[in-house]
Design a protein around this ligand. Sequence first.
Ligand code: ZN
Length: 146
Amino acid sequence: MPGLEDLYREIILDHYKNPRNRGSLEPPAVRSEGHNPLCGDEIEVFLTVDNGVISDIKIGGQGCSISQSSASMMSAAVKGKPVAEARALIHRFKHMMSIDEDGEPDTSAPLGDLEALQGVVKFPVRIKCAVLSWNTLAEGLDIAAE
Ligand code: ZN
């Protein structure tokens, strides 16, 4: 029986090789970008928010497999979701990555494939890679709320 780590590696590789929601959106879609200079990762997040729901999201940028697969999983997890749910997921993901934020996360937010990234916690230098797209999403949501 294949171990959980093998399964997780497969999920990460699949998202890296076949990134979901890759591309860009024209204005008035919101655009935010994030950089992780430690690793050279770049992430662009394009968002359309309609009536409090993320109706469309596209991801651009380049970088290591962790940063790009995390961005792909993030886009799949929040597309079509209410902004409040996406924010809860950001909180929960960062909590999983051992990044302390105020309060306990809402554990009802389903992590699904995202749990595959949990192993990254063992490699502190890679945590920034995994969290980059989530911070960039949070920034985009802030811009969309203005
Ligand atoms: Zn990286």
